[in-house]
Design a protein around this ligand. Sequence first.
Ligand SMILES: Cc1cc2nc3c(=O)[nH]c(=O)nc-3n(C[C@H](O)[C@H](O)[C@H](O)COP(=O)(O)OP(=O)(O)OC[C@H]3O[C@@H](n4cnc5c(N)ncnc54)[C@H](O)[C@@H]3O)c2cc1C
Length: 393
Amino acid sequence: MTDAAELQRRTAQLLAAHPPANTDRIDFLKARFDAGLAWVHYPEGLGGLNAPRSLQVVVDAELEAVGAPDNDPRRNGIGLGMAAPTILKYGTEEQKQRYLRPLWVGEEVWCQLFSEPGAGSDLAALGTRAVREGDEWVVNGQKVWTSGAHNSRWAILIARTDPDVPKHAGITYFICDMTDPGVDVRPLRQITGEAEFNEVFLTDVRIPDDRRLGEVGDGWRVAQTTLNNERVAIGGMRLPREGGMIGPVSRTWRERPELRTQDLHQRLLKLWVDAEVARLTAERLRQQLVAGQPGPEGAGMKLAFARLNQEISGLEVELRGEEGLLYDDWTLRRPELVDFTGRDAGYRYLRSKGNSIEGGTSEVLLNIVAERVLGLPAEPRTDKDVAWKDLAR
Ligand SMILES: Cc1cc2nc3c(=O)[nH]c(=O)nc-3n(C[C@H](O)[C@H](O)[C@H](O)COP(=O)(O)OP(=O)(O)OC[C@H]3O[C@@H](n4cnc5c(N)ncnc54)[C@H](O)[C@@H]3O)c2cc1C
C-alpha cells in the first residue's frame, strides 16, 4: 500500500534525479509521470501508483515547496478533467499508453466535440454521422461551442453510427485528430469579446477504428463518464479559502472602505459563507471520489458553482459602482486558458454568465438532481423507443 511517507520518499527521489533548476520543464514532467507521481490514483505505468486519490496533495505540496514546474492544468482542463478519466475507464491498453502521458504532461491539449446546433441539453439527439468503411470511420457533421478547439491536438467526439435505433442507442465515442484536413475550426465570439470557443465543421474526417473508445453503439454510456467528470472538473475545483470568485470582491471590500454600505455588507457576508460551504463540500466530494467515478453529486456542485459565481461577480460590479461598469478590453482574444476569476470585475461578471450553461445548464442539472439524487419522478420522455431517424426535427 502506498502511503504518504512512501510518496514523500518517491518525490524526494524524483527531485534528486531530476533537479528542477537544471532540468527541462517537459523532461521533468515526463519523469514525474514515469515515477507514478502525476495522478497518484492512476494505475502504475500510467502516471500513478494505485494510491488513494486524497494523497495527491502530499506530492503536490512537496513539489510546490521547491518550485518544481507543474503541468499548467488550466491549459488542458478538458484533457485532464474529462478525456483522461474516460480513456482510463474505457480505453484499450494501447490507447492508455498512447494518449495519457502527453495529455498529462500538456504536450497534447484536448477539446470536446459533443454539442451541436440541434443537440445541447438534448445531447443524445446529435446528428453528426460516422459511417464505417473497412477499418475506418468517415465522419460528417457540425459541432458547436467547442472550447479550445483552436489549441487542441485531439478531441473526444460522439457521433451517430446507427440512425435506425432510438437516439441513446446509436451513438459511438471516438478520439478525433484535430489536425485531420477535414476538420475546420472557426472562432465564435462571446459576450466578453473573446473567442475561447468555436464551431467545428467535420467533412469526411477519417478516424481509424482503433481510435474508438468503448463498443460501437455504447457511446452514450461512455459519454456519461465524461459528463459526470466535467461537472466535478468545473464545480469541484480544489481551492484555498477565498480562492474562487469570492477572493477579488473580498479584497476590494477590505481595501476600499469608502465603497461599503450596510446592505452590501450583509449580502457579502452571506455569499462569503456560501462560498466557503461550497468549497468544503467540494473537498468532501473529492474524498468520495477516492471510492470511484463521480455520480450525479457533481451536478449539485456545478449548480452551486454557477449560482455563486453569478451572484458574487454581480455584487462586485455593484460594489464598484460606475467603475464596475468599465470593461478592460474588447480585443478579440483567442485565450489559451480560461480563468473565470481573471482580469477585471467586468470580465468576471460577463464570463460567469456562461457558467450556468457550460457543462450542462442549471435547469438540466436540477432535473438530474431531482431524478437521480432525490428520486423524484422523471420527466415524461416520449421519444425513448423511437428510431433516431424518425424523430421530429
Ligand atoms: C462557455 C461555454 C463553453 C462550452 N464548451 C463546450 C465544449 O467545449 N464542448 C461542447 O461540446 N459543448 C460546449 N458548450 C456547450 C454547452 O454544453 C451547451 O451550451 C449546453 O449543454 C446547452 O445546450 P444549448 O446551448 O444547445 O441550449 P439548449 O439545450 O437549446 O437549451 C436552451 C434553454 O432550454 C433549457 N432546457 C433545455 N432542456 C430542458 C429541460 N429538459 N428542462 C428544463 N429546461 C430545459 C436550457 O436550460 C436552456 O435554458 C459550452 C457552452 C458554453 C456556454
